[in-house]
Design a protein around this ligand. Structure first.
Ligand SMILES: Nc1nc2c(ncn2[C@@H]2O[C@H](COP(=O)(O)OP(=O)(O)OP(=O)(O)O)[C@@H](O)[C@H]2O)c(=O)[nH]1
Ligand SMILES: [Mg+2]
Length: 729
């Protein structure tokens, strides 16, 4: 107990010593060893029993849900903190262990906002995998600096029987491939600067499970050779532990590397803030953020929410970019537009959140008492919020969900709201009109985990449908303006629709253009759209960016516009949420209000008049040029022994899939294929049977594309019948 208090005390002392803080995460392809690695770091810091560290059967310390233990995989990101001594100074390491399965990779995107550096683990035997590339993209998008850890080196010795020379060759290959990826993905300024250097200790290798690590400089310092690593596996367990602890302790090598090669929050915020915050960098608040100013205004971004199942209390974890946080403080939530009071401020002592009196800028921490959403910017006064945290993939697998007992419906709505809050990668759609509640996730496993948690953790019996695919409605031609008249015939709206430019659509998807209504000139939006080649005249007319669609007001001199514009935008958003063809969401459209006629008297142009008229105008314009259905597709990289190449290509074409690339080397065949999501249900088991369990496939990209025309009518009919829509609805 006394020792526990001492550790918390140490952490409390260090949280204000900004230059000695490192905020980091593990990231990797699935099962490359992140959690074993995290467990061993915690154990070495005395934060958990060493004997269990990294032992799957005993359960990882960071696994907080029973489903993680059952499936032996990480689902949620876990925050931990520890203290490390380096060259006579103490450092506070705030670390987030992230999941590797692509269904949970939204947790990786969100963790990246909170941290400044990441250790990317790569299995020495498997090498760089598709998800390695994805996590690098996620890191670099947030200007998080990557370092490389080559893990599972024991497999090279025990399974692949490599010689010391072959082992070095493999390291060099992985390290070169890793740098090539950085070169390819990073922004121009970081392509060179963030290359990892094996000679300088920016790369380490070892075995997270066996608790050892080395880097070239460390080997030099300790006089260890590659041959010694092989001897390690001839020793008995106790000898190996003793040798390892003395010559190649994982925590020492890795955390020294972190302290030396990753930035403190003060250094990192100088270049991260311009990337993740859209406000004026010359303003006082902007300077405070850039400087990670402990005396500045509080600026905290929520990156993860956990709801206590018993008390219902919300704990919001995230990153404090400026100022401090103390219990009792009044704060402002910029997205929610509400003032709330912080009740508790918590830091992680190992895996355990514990209350403290105050925390200063530059830390990863949690607060209780406030009720917001992930991505919220918490300040003192209203400020420009941080840019939205956008995940690279959208949830495309959907199920209808209902309570087993109909009387539980209100409770289900409440439970779903909580589920969506704790996991923002889940999309919840509650339709009170039709009673159809939809839950969308990243994949079948994601939905399975969520459904199971609703039953076991939220105590609610539910029924779900088989998976449904949600399509998108759009146009591929420009329309003339159709007139939409209000029921009282006193108001008319003339709106055109056309496809939105590809580059504008992509920028919205990447989160570079904030999806919201624009009431006044917004410098960032102006600058971004003009870089994309949109004319100033057009940018001036942008009024709303909503779910990948935009609305422009091209009218001039209508005096009552200010009174009706919000109503027009409401109706625009209603159509986007449920399009005219099959009530599926719309995407990638540009709408322009070309002309408007309004009644003089405000009483004759309320919502009951404006909504239907605007909706009619938009629907008619879409129908005029033909509404097209887009379907979600996934690009997968399928790897298998060459013998199964024929079986895999046949499987892909049986699923309406397209082969994009096929390559072959000594390790087997790699097939890149694009397959409609509607054909992917049961994919994992189909692939297993086609390849006798030898094939693996990883999601590498996702997009919406036009459906084959001959299938569209049939799909529309099915969707409409599922939704119970009549002819003219
Ligand atoms: N041989 C060997 N196996 C390892 C090593 N590190 C981890 N493993 C094993 O690899 C498997 C996955 O380990 P985890 O630590 O759960 O990997 P992870 O990256 O956290 O997995 P996810 O979070 O589910 O992506 C387990 O069976 C570990 O025992 C290692 O250094 N050598
Ligand atoms: Mg894990």
């Amino acid at each position: 107990m006394a020792q526990e208090e001492k550790k918390l005390h140490k952490i409390e002392r260090l949280i204000s010593n900004q230059k000695n803080i490192r905020n980091i995460a593990t990231s990797a392809h699935i099962h490359h060893g992140k959690t074993a690695f995290t467990d061993n770091l915690l154990a070495a810091a005395g934060m958990m029993a060493a004997k269990n560290a990294g032992d799957l059967e005993e359960g990882m310390a960071t696994w907080q849900h029973s489903d993680e233990q059952e499936r032996l995989m990480t689902v949620d990101a876990a925050n931990v903190s520890m203290v490390h001594d380096f060259q006579g100074e103490e450092y506070l390491i705030n670390l987030i262990d992230t999941p590797g399965h692509v269904d949970f990779s939204g947790n990786v995107t969100r963790a990246m906002r909170a941290i400044d550096g990441t250790i990317v683990l790569v299995c020495a035997s498997e090498g760089i995998m598709p998800q390695t590339e994805t996590v690098l993209k996620q890191a670099l998008r947030e200007r998080v600096r990557p370092l490389l850890f080559i893990n599972k080196v024991d497999r090279l010795i025990k399974e692949l029987k490599c010689t010391p020379e072959q082992m070095q060759e493999r390291f060099i290959k992985i390290y070169k491939d890793f740098n090539k990826l950085i070169e390819r993905i990073a922004e121009p300024e970081y392509k060179e600067k963030w290359q990892v250097d094996i000679n300088d200790g920016g790369v380490a290798f070892g075995s997270a499970r066996d608790n050892w690590a080395l880097s070239l400089p460390f080997m030099k310092k300790k006089g260890v050779s590659f041959k010694d690593i092989f001897k390690l596996y001839e020793m008995n367990e106790q000898e190996r532990k003793d040798w390892t602890w003395k010559n190649a302790a994982l925590y020492e090598v890795v955390l020294d590397m972190v302290v030396k090669h990753l930035p403190s929050p003060v250094e990192a915020q100088k270049y991260r803030i311009p990337k993740i915050w859209d406000g004026d960098l010359e303003s006082d608040f902007g300077k405070q953020l850039l400087n990670c100013d402990p005396n500045g205004e509080t600026a905290f971004v929520i990156t993860r929410i956990v709801i206590d199942p018993r008390s219902g209390k919300e704990i919001s974890a995230g990153r404090l970019f400026s100022g401090n946080l103390v219990p009792g403080m009044e704060v402002y939530l910029n997205n929610e537009k509400k003032t709330q009071r912080v009740q508790q401020v918590l830091v992680y002592n190992g895996i355990k959140p514990e209350q403290v009196e105050t925390v200063t800028a530059g830390n990863v921490l949690a607060i209780a008492g406030i009720v917001g959403e992930v991505g919220e910017t918490v300040t003192i006064k209203p400020q420009t919020p941080f840019s939205e945290i956008k995940h690279i993939f959208e949830p495309v697998i959907t199920k209808a969900i209902e309570p087993k007992k109909i009387a539980d419906l209100p409770k289900l709505v409440e439970v779903l709201r909580k589920v969506g809050k704790e996991d923002p990668s889940v999309r919840i759609e509650i339709n009170e009109e039709t009673g159809e509640n939809l839950i969308s996730g990243m994949g079948e496993l994601h939905l399975e985990i969520i459904e199971n948690r609703i039953v076991t953790e939220k105590g609610m019996e539910i029924k779900t449908s088989s998976p449904i695919v949600v399509y998108r409605e759009t146009v591929i031609k420009k329309s003339e303006a159709s007139e939409g008249r209000s029921p009282n015939k006193h108001n008319s709206f003339f709106i055109t629709v056309e496809p939105l430019e590809d580059n504008v659509y992509e920028a919205i998807k990447r989160g570079e253009l904030a999806e919201r209504r624009y009431k006044k000139r917004d410098d960032n939006m102006f600058k971004k759209l003009s870089e994309l080649g949109v004319s100033n005249d057009e940018i001036r007319n942008y009024r709303d960016i909503y779910k990948g669609n935009v609305f422009l007001d091209d009218t001039r001199g209508e005096v009552h516009m200010i009174e009706v514009i919000e109503l027009i935008l409401d109706a625009f958003e209603q159509v986007i949420d449920a399009g005219p063809l099959a009530r599926e969401p719309c995407m990638k459209m540009k709408l322009r209000l070309a002309d408007i006629k309004l009644h003089e008297d405000a009483i004759h142009r309320g919502p009951a008049q404006v909504y239907p008229a605007v909706r009619d105008s938009i629907s008619d314009s879409m129908k005029q040029v033909g509404i097209v259905l887009f379907e979600p597709l996934q690009t997968h990289l399928i790897e298998s022994p060459s013998d199964y190449m024929g079986a895999v290509t046949r499987l892909v074409s049986s699923k309406r899939g397209q082969l994009i690339d096929v390559s072959q080397d000594e390790s087997g065949v790699q097939i890149k294929a694009k397959i409609p999501v509607s054909e992917m249900l049961g994919w994992a088991s189909d692939l297993r049977s086609a390849t006798e369990g030898r094939g693996v496939s990883s999601l590498i990209d996702q997009q919406f594309e036009k459906m084959p025309f001959e299938l569209q009518n049939e799909i529309v009919r099915k969707i409409r019948s599922r939704k119970g829509l009549s002819e003219n609805q």
